[in-house]
Design a protein around this ligand. Structure first.
Ligand code: ADP
Length: 572
C-alpha cells in the first residue's frame, strides 16, 4: 500500500502540482497495475473474469474523468466527491475473481479521501459505499461462506477505522491550520505596522529641524539624523569616530570656556542622566559658533536596565543673539541713565546738606525726589547688573571675608525696616567664619534675600538668618521667613529674570523680579548654589551654599569659626 497522509490528495497536489482527483487516481493506479501485472505474468486468461475487466474499465473511466477535470480551470466539487465512489465500485468488481484477491483492502484509499473531503459525513458515505459496492457484490459472487464473513467484517471495519482516523486528523489539522493562518495574518499585520512605523520614524527623524542622536549602551552612535551631521561637522572639523565622549570644539554657555569630557552632553547622557535645556556652543571659529540647547533621556531595556540614550539638539543661535542684543541694549540704556541720575542725586544732596537753602516744605518735597531717585538708581543698577551677569561678564573681587560679620551688618542695616514692618528679624551666627568671596557681591546676596523675606512677610511674622558650616568644607546661609510662601508650580521659574509670583502681583507688593536672578548669578559665579523650600501661606527658606575656598578653589581662607553663644536678636 502507498503511504498517504490524511490529505494524501492535497499532499500529492502540493508535490506534483496536479489537481487532487488526478493525483488520487494515480495513487490508486499503482496497486491496480501491480495486481494486473501479477495476473498477466502468472495467471491464466480464465482468472481475469468479466467482473474484473468491468472493474478495470470503470477504473479507467474514473481516471479519464479525473484527467478531463484536471484540464478545467477549477475541478468541480462533484467530480472530487463522485470519483472515490466510482473507485469503490471498480474495486468491488475487481475483487470478483474466481480464486479471490486482496483488492478489497484498496477500498481504504477512496474511503480515506471521502473522509478527508467530508469529515464524518464522508465516513458514513465511505462505509455505505463499501458495504454496497464491495461487500454485497462479493456476497453475491462468493456466497456466504466463512471466508466471506471474514472479508465482510474485515474490509468495512478497516475502512471505517481508517476513515474515522483521517476525518479526525483532518479536522484537527484544519483547526491548527486555521489557527496558524490567523497567527500568520496577525504577524503580517504586525510586520506591516512595524514597517509603516519605521518609515514614519525615518521620515520624522530626517525631516525635523533638530539634531537627533541615539546612543547604544556602549556609547556608539546608533542613529544620527542629517541635521545633527551638520552639528558634528562644526564640532569635529577633523571627523568624528561615532562614539560618545569625543572632545571637540564644544563650549559652555558663556561661549568661551571649553567643555571638559565630563561636561559633554553625550557623556552626561551616558551616565544615565536626564536633562533639558543644556546650552552649549559649538564651532572652531568664534564668529561661526552655534548655540545648541541639548536635552537627553536614558533608554531602558525590558528589564529596566540602561540601554543607551537619546539626545536632541536644538539650534538656538538666533534666540541667543536676540537675547544678547536685548541685554546689550538694557546694559547700555541703564549705563546711560546712571550718569545723569548720579548727578541729580549729588546735587540734591548738596541742596539738602546746606542748612536753610530751601524752605521746610520744599525740603520735604526734595526728600521725596531723593527717595525716588534712589529707587530709580537701584533699579537701573539691577538692570545693568543682570545684563552683565547673564552674559557671564560678572567680575569678582575675591578676598577672605568674615561671613558672619558681613551678614550681621546686613541685618543691622535692615533692622529699622523690619521694625517698621512689624517683623522680627533674628539671626544665629558663628562668631567668625572666613570664606573666600567677593564681599560686595555676597553682601548683595544677603541684602536681596533678607529684604525679600521682610517684603513678603506680613506684620507679626519672623525672619531668621543663620549661617552654618556644612560637610565638604562648605558654608550655608539660610534665610527663613514665615511669610506668604510660594506655590510649588512657580518654584522652578523663581530665579528667572522678571519673574514674579501670582501672589506677589495680586498683593501689589512692589518689585520687578530681578533680585533673585542676580542673587543666583552671584552665587553661581562663586561656584555655589542656591535652593528654596516654600509652602504657600507658611513661609520660605532660601539656602545659599558657598565653598569656603572660594570660586575655582581660590586661595584657602582663614579658618577662625568660633560659634557665638546662642542666637542673637536684632530688631523685633
Ligand atoms: P522682586 O523684586 O519681585 O522681589 P525677586 O527676583 O527678588 O524680585 O523675587 C522674584 C519673586 O519671587 C518675587 O516677585 C516674589 O514673587 C517671589 N519671592 C521672592 N522671595 C520671596 C519670599 N521670601 N517669600 C515669598 N515670595 C518670594
Amino acid at each position: 500500500m502507498v503511504g498517504v497522509t490524511p490529505e494524501s490528495g492535497a499532499f500529492g497536489q502540493a508535490l506534483t502540482g496536479l489537481p487532487k482527483p488526478l493525483v488520487r487516481q494515480c495513487v490508486l493506479l499503482v496497486p491496480v497495475a501491480l495486481d494486473l501485472l501479477v495476473l498477466v505474468l502468472w495467471g491464466s486468461p480464465g482468472d481475469v473474469g468479466l467482473f474484473y475487466a468491468g472493474g478495470l474499465a470503470l477504473f479507467g473511466i474514473a481516471t479519464a474523468l479525473a484527467t478531463g477535470a484536471a484540464l478545467l480551470p477549477a475541478v468541480p466539487r462533484a467530480v472530487t466527491s463522485v470519483l472515490p465512489v466510482v473507485d469503490l465500485a471498480a474495486i468491488g468488481l475487481m475483487t470478483m475473481v474466481p480464486d479471490g484477491n486482496g483488492m478489497g483492502v484498496l477500498a481504504v484509499l477512496p474511503a480515506m479521501w471521502l473522509a478527508a473531503d467530508h469529515r464524518m459525513r464522508g465516513v458514513g458515505w465511505a462505509l455505505l459505499a463499501t458495504l454496497a459496492l464491495v461487500s454485497v457484490p462479493s456476497l453475491v459472487y462468493f456466497g456466504m461462506d466463512v471466508a466471506w464473513w471474514s472479508r465482510a467484517l474485515l474490509v468495512p471495519s478497516i475502512v471505517g477505522m481508517c476513515a474515522i482516523t483521517v476525518a479526525g486528523t483532518t479536522q484537527l489539522w484544519e483547526r491548527q491550520n486555521h489557527v496558524l493562518e490567523e497567527q500568520g495574518q496577525r504577524l503580517e499585520q504586525a510586520f506591516a505596522d512595524v514597517v509603516a512605523n519605521q518609515a514614519l520614524n525615518k521620515a520624522i527623524v530626517t525631516t525635523v529641524d533638530v539634531g537627533l542622536v541615539a546612543l547604544d549602551k556602549d556609547g556608539a552612535y546608533k542613529v544620527v539624523n542629517p541635521r545633527h551631521h551638520e552639528f558634528l561637522d562644526l564640532t569635529y572639523p577633523d571627523g568624528h569616530h561615532g562614539r560618545a565622549g569625543e572632545v571637540g570644539f564644544s563650549f559652555a554657555a558663556n561661549r568661551v570656556t571649553r567643555l571638559t569630557h565630563e561636561e559633554l552632553p553625550t557623556v552626561r547622557a551616558m551616565s544615565g542622566e536626564a536633562f533639558s535645556d543644556y546650552v552649549v556652543w559649538i564651532g572652531e571659529h568664534p564668529e561661526e559658533r552655534r548655540a545648541l540647547s541639548v536635552s537627553a533621556k536614558p533608554v531602558l531595556d525590558a528589564a529596566g536596565d540602561f540601554d543607551g540614550a537619546v539626545l536632541v539638539y536644538q539650534d538656538i543661535t538666533d534666540l541667543m543673539s536676540a537675547l544678547r542684543i536685548k541685554d546689550d541694549f538694557v546694559a547700555s540704556v541703564s549705563h546711560e541713565l546712571r550718569t545723569p541720575l548720579t548727578a541729580i542725586m549729588g546735587f540734591l544732596d548738596l541742596v539738602l546738606d546746606e542748612e536753610g537753602s530751601v524752605s521746610p516744605s520744599a525740603r520735604q518735597q526734595l526728600l521725596v525726589v531723593k527717595r525716588n531717585s534712589e529707587r530709580l538708581l537701584r533699579l537701573v543698577s539691577d538692570l545693568l547688573f543682570a545684563a552683565q551677569a547673564q552674559d557671564g561678564r560678572l567680575a569678582l573681587d575675591v578676598e577672605p571675608v568674615d561671613l558672619p560679620l558681613l551678614a550681621w551688618q546686613s541685618v543691622a542695616d535692615l533692622a529699622p525696616r523690619a521694625a517698621t514692618g512689624g517683623v522680627a528679624l533674628l539671626h544665629e551666627l558663628p562668631k567668625s567664619l572666613v570664606v573666600n568671596a567677593d564681599p560686595v557681591r555676597i553682601r548683595q546676596v544677603v541684602d536681596n534675600l533678607l529684604s525679600n523675606a521682610l517684603k513678603y512677610t506680613p506684620a507679626g511674622g519672623t525672619v531668621t538668618l543663620r549661617i552654618v558650616e556644612t560637610l565638604d568644607d562648605e558654608v550655608a546661609l539660610l534665610i527663613s521667613d514665615t511669610g506668604i510662601g510660594i506655590d510649588k508650580r512657580e518654584l522652578s521659574r523663581l530665579f528667572t529674570r522678571f519673574f514674579r509670583t501670582q501672589d506677589a502681583e495680586t498683593r501689589a507688593i512692589q518689585g520687578v523680579g530681578l533680585g533673585l536672578a542676580i542673587t543666583k548669578s552671584i552665587v553661581e559665579s562663586h561656584d555655589g548654589h542656591i535652593d528654596v523650600e516654600s509652602r504657600p501661606g507658611q513661609g520660605s527658606t532660601f539656602t545659599v551654599v558657598l565653598p569656603r575656598s572660594g570660586p575655582h578653589g581660590a586661595a584657602a581662607a582663614d579658618q577662625g569659626d568660633d560659634q557665638l553663644a546662642g542666637p542673637v536678636t536684632v530688631g523685633s
